[in-house]
Write a protein that binds this ligand. Structure first.
Ligand code: SF4
Ligand code: SF4
Length: 222
């Protein structure tokens, strides 16, 4: 899922300082699961910003709603009626959701309430870790399902580096060495021979360096 973290109340308040009527919109999927942008977080942020504005003597008319997903027009259309009544929208979605909302409401300022972080998983209660950089050419089959592109600090495809230990990456003592994990995993599935192959330099043309990518599935086009 996409993992995001909330912006501070001060930043939110400053961002909408020029507006008197604002709509806070939550997103019911990834950012709800990572406790950053769901109905509950929208409620808490609304209360805090409203209070902050009141203390400043600049009361704010603030409405709030949460939709299933902000990255799909099918759900964004449910915001239209409320959006028409306000000066600006604050989106509690990932960066894709914020931009989808801005495209859907061209005459309306749309501001982000979150900082989008990465594609990751819930590791344990309230701890999320990054697992995928979306490189566009997945190599997990070769590495026992552990991504060195994301999880090795040096993005090594022929690791480990000389600084690895059984427990930690040399770059950070709180991070496991991805190549140690890869070795253990391949050993457990009887595929250590995969490490005999020298991997060529990765083809980064499928990644993000040349700008925003697009996926067109002709088999699903009508
Ligand atoms: S190889 Fe690429 S697509 Fe696969 S998990 Fe790693 S970054 Fe993601
Ligand atoms: S210690 Fe392991 S994870 Fe860290 S940079 Fe070296 S090979 Fe990569």
């Amino acid at each position: 899922m996409i993992v995001a973290t909330p912006k501070s109340v001060t930043e939110l308040k400053n961002t909408i300082a020029q507006h008197g009527k604002v709509l806070f919109v939550g997103c019911g999927t990834c950012v709800t699961v990572c406790l950053a942008g769901g109905e509950r977080e929208v409620g808490i942020a609304s209360y805090a910003v409203r209070m902050a504005r009141k203390i400043e003597g600049k009361p704010l008319q603030l409405s709030q709603m949460t939709i299933e997903r902000q990255c799909e027009n099918e759900f964004i259309k449910d915001v239209a009626e409320e959006a028409a009544k306000v000066d600006a929208i604050v989106s509690f979605a990932c960066g894709a959701g914020v931009q989808a909302m801005a495209e859907r409401f061209p005459g309306k300022p749309v501001y982000p309430a979150l900082n989008t972080q990465f594609l990751g998983i819930l590791e344990e209660q309230a701890v999320w870790t990054e697992k995928c950089l979306g490189c566009g050419d997945c190599m997990l089959a070769q590495f026992g399902g552990i991504c060195p592109v994301t999880r090795c600090a040096k993005r090594m495809l022929n690791g480990p580096c000389g600084g690895s230990t059984e427990k930690h990456c040399e770059v950070s003592a709180d991070r496991p060495c991805a190549w140690q994990l890869i070795y253990k995993r391949l050993e457990s599935v009887g595929q250590l021979d995969r490490l005999d192959a020298i991997m060529p330099p990765k083809d980064w043309s499928t990644a993000w360096y040349s700008g925003a990518r697009q996926v067109v599935r002709k088999d699903h086009r009508v």
